[in-house]
Every structure is written in C-alpha cells, then in structure tokens.
Design a binder for this molecule. Structure first.
Ligand code: HEM
Length: 394
C-alpha cells in the first residue's frame, strides 16, 4: 500500500470506519462495495432503530434547516412528505441522486452523509395533531441570559444534514428542502463545522472557537439508554427516538481576546493545552471538585463552567454534538459561536436542570450569549420497508 493509502487507512480507523467494503458490525460505517477507497465514498447506514446523525461520530460539516408548515398542511400531507424524504434520504446516503435531482452528479460522494429529521411543537398544533404532541415538547423556558432572535429560533420541522464534505452537505440540504417546497417554508438555516476528516490526530476532541477542547466529558454514544427513548409508555414513533435542543450561542471573540490564559482556564475549570481539569491528571481524569488551592479557595472555581454543568446524577447527562458557526470572524463585533446541539432521552430530567444551573451562574456567560433556541422531537429510525415516522402519519 502506498503512502496515500496508509494515510487514508489511519483516517478510516480514527473515524471507526471501514474502507474495504467488507461486512461491518451493525451500526458501523462502510464503503459501498466496489467503491474506490477515498473518504467521499464512505457511507453511514440510514436504516435502523435510531435515525443517523445522533450517536454517529460527528462529521466535519453540518447544515441545520428549520421549516414552518405551509397553510393547510395536515397529517396526510406530512405523511406524503415523509415518504418523499425517506426515498430521498435512502438515495443520498447511498451516493445516489434523488428521483428529481437536477444536479445528480453532486450526489455521487456521500462522505458519511447523515440526515436527521425532527418535529417542533408548532407542527402538531398547526397540522391538527395536538393530541400526538409529547408533553415535554415545548420551547425552553426563557432564561435571563437569553437574547433570542426569531431568525434563529423555533420551527415546525428540522432537518440536520451532516457529512465530511461541504459540497455534499449543501447539495443534500438543498435537494431535501426543494422536495419539501409544497409543504414547508424555510424559517432559518444554520451552518457549522468541526475538523474535516483526518485533519487532527486520532480520537482528538474538537476545539471550539475559544480554543477549548469541547467534548471531553460527554456521552460518547455508548450510553444509548440516556440518548434514546425506551419508555414503554411513549408512542411507537418516539420509541427509539430522542429529543433535540438547538441553541445558537454567540461567543464574543473580541472580548475573549482581552482575557489572559489563566482566567480563560479558571472560566472553564480545565487547562487549555490538554483539557485536563485544573485539579490535575489528563483530559479524561475526573475533576476533583472538593480540592482547594494553597489559599484555601476551591481549585475549580465555584462558578467554573464544568462545576456548574456537571451533575452528580449519572442519569442526567446529555449528548452534546456542537458545531462552530462563523458568520463574520474579523472586525468588531465578530459573529462567531456554537450551534450547540444536544440529544437526550428525557429533556425535563436531563437537559433542563443543567441549562437552569448555567443560566443562574456560569463564568462563561460573561462571553457567551444564547441568540437562538429550538426544541424538536426526533422520531425513531427507519426500518426496512418503512417510511420515516410512519406510526405518526399513517
Ligand atoms: C458557547 C457556549 C459553550 C461553550 C463554549 C462550552 C464549552 C465547554 C467546555 C470547554 C467544556 C469542558 C470540556 C468538556 O467536558 O466538554 C464544557 C463542558 C460541558 N458543557 Fe459546555 N459550553 C457551552 C455551553 C453549554 C451549554 C448551553 C450547556 C448545557 C445546557 C453545556 C453543558 C456542558 C456539560 C454538561 C459539560 C460537561 C461537564 C462535565 O461533565 O464535566 N455547555 N463546555
């Protein structure tokens, strides 16, 4: 194997992927059989108990579109859209163009494409489906830190498209939005990026725009019970589904520039260089919240982000899957931040307490401002022969 092949193999192992096209364990990505060994040929399974794009290892590029229902769109018409989208998703995820694709060549390189669909509270109300709306499905309470703008908030339906290639993401997001044109009107679009595949060493945590390792203490996808709804009392379309919170959080890079390195580290409670807690060890050493420094003060500040975000209750953890957005990096004010996305099985139990604690006290709030907010119910995955959320629309 030449040097290029070796490098690609390393990338594939980093992402937990297989380029050989051989039989892979369930849930593991594979290259299409016979496909040339390049990253764009990699696919993620679009069928299964859960939708793709939730516990999938985050791809480098993401586009999030929220839609409002057009007038007169009801359960029957939404069911029609779900059939169309299921066909679109199956094709795009396998590197095939949609039936009416006017740029079919752009579909040829799926690059681990995933599409995740969710429903906002407004969909149920407007489509005459209020009786099917989960009790928890509502916008978040308003917090004193919020400066929410309607251009980034709410929405009846959401589409998260992610892949390792921005051209693939752009094409898929546009095609799916075009398919929905008779049913839905675009409300907002948010784009985000992390590291492109293979650009940082194996297993390295993503760094956000403040230069912090972001994701050190996170569900890694293995704690499925905390991510996916298993409650026997939940409706069939939600069993295997989850809840999604989207917060657009502005990060004030201009004022962060004025902050010295020790203060930056105190703000989070971790070292910038390696993400280790200020109480020592490495990135994955648990922080010692009881430790005190030589002066007798807490070694991790009482208002440090990790102290306030952390929960002693292991059932209250959330899966964070954030992306950096950058609308205007330079000039004052800069317009950069996080498209902060979380998934959790039980939103009131897992998400709301941590959000309330952070809104009440968190040093990070000095430099961060939530400017958008939305909540969605994510239906379970598409099983063979089914269309998306068919239990809800049949
Ligand atoms: C722009 C806004 C934010 C930034 C820059 C940020 C950054 C970070 C960083 C650097 C860490 C430490 C590394 C890690 O464990 O991942 C962290 C941890 C964490 N953050 Fe945030 N965060 C933000 C907003 C939020 C929000 C809104 C929530 C929840 C509502 C949240 C929840 C958490 C949790 C649960 C942890 C892990 C705590 C632990 O178990 O140690 N963060 N965040």
């Amino acid at each position: 194997m030449g040097g290029g092949g070796l490098a690609l193999g390393a990338v594939a192992s980093w992402a937990g992927l297989r380029l050989d096209g051989g039989a892979a364990p369930a849930g593991e990505a594979t290259a299409s059989p016979g496909a040339p060994a390049y990253l764009g040929a990699l696919t993620e399974p679009w069928q299964g108990d859960h939708q793709a794009g939730i516990t999938t290892a985050p791809q480098g590029f993401m586009s999030l579109t929220a839609f409002d229902l057009r007038d007169g769109v009801d359960r029957v018409r939404l069911g029609r859209l779900m059939r169309i989208w299921t066909d679109d998703i199956s094709r795009l995820a396998e590197g095939r163009p949609g039936l009416t694709d006017t740029e079919p060549e752009l579909a040829a390189h799926p690059a681990r494409l995933t599409v995740t669909v969710g429903f906002g509270p407004g969909m149920f109300d407007k489509a005459g489906m209020a009786a099917d709306k989960p009790a928890w499905l509502a916008q978040l309470p308003s917090y004193p830190i919020d400066r929410l703008e309607s251009q980034w908030s709410e929405g009846d339906v959401v589409l998260q498209v992610a892949a390792e290639d921005p051209s693939t993401v752009a094409h898929a997001a546009r095609y799916l939005a075009k398919s929905a044109g008779d049913f839905l009107a675009v409300r907002w679009v948010q784009h985000g990026f992390r590291n492109a595949a293979g650009q940082v060493p194996d297993g390295m945590t993503f760094r956000n725009a403040f230069g912090q390792l972001d994701g050190s203490s996170n569900l890694q996808g293995e704690e499925e019970a905390l991510v996916f709804i298993a409650d026997a009392a939940a409706p069939a379309w939600l069993r295997g589904g989850t809840s999604m919170v989207v917060r657009r959080i502005h990060m004030d890079l201009d004022r962060w520039d004025e902050v010295d390195r020790p203060t930056r580290e105190v703000t989070i409670g971790r070292r910038l260089a390696d993400g280790a807690p200020l109480t020592g060890g490495d990135e994955h050493t648990p922080p010692d919240l009881d430790a005190v420094n030589a002066l007798g003060f807490p070694a991790i500040d009482a208002a440090a982000h990790i102290r306030r975000a952390r929960t002693p209750d292991p059932t209250q953890r959330i899966l964070r899957r954030p992306y950096t957005y950058e609308a205007s990096p330079a000039g004052v004010p800069s317009d950069t931040g996080l498209v902060f996305i979380t998934f959790q099985a039980d939103l009131p139990h897992q998400y709301l307490p941590v959000q309330a604690r952070l809104a009440e006290l968190d040093l990070l709030n000095t430099w961060t401002t939530p400017i958008g907010s939305a909540v969605f119910a994510i239906p379970r995955g598409i099983r063979a022969g089914e269309y998306l959320a068919q239990d809800l629309f049949a």
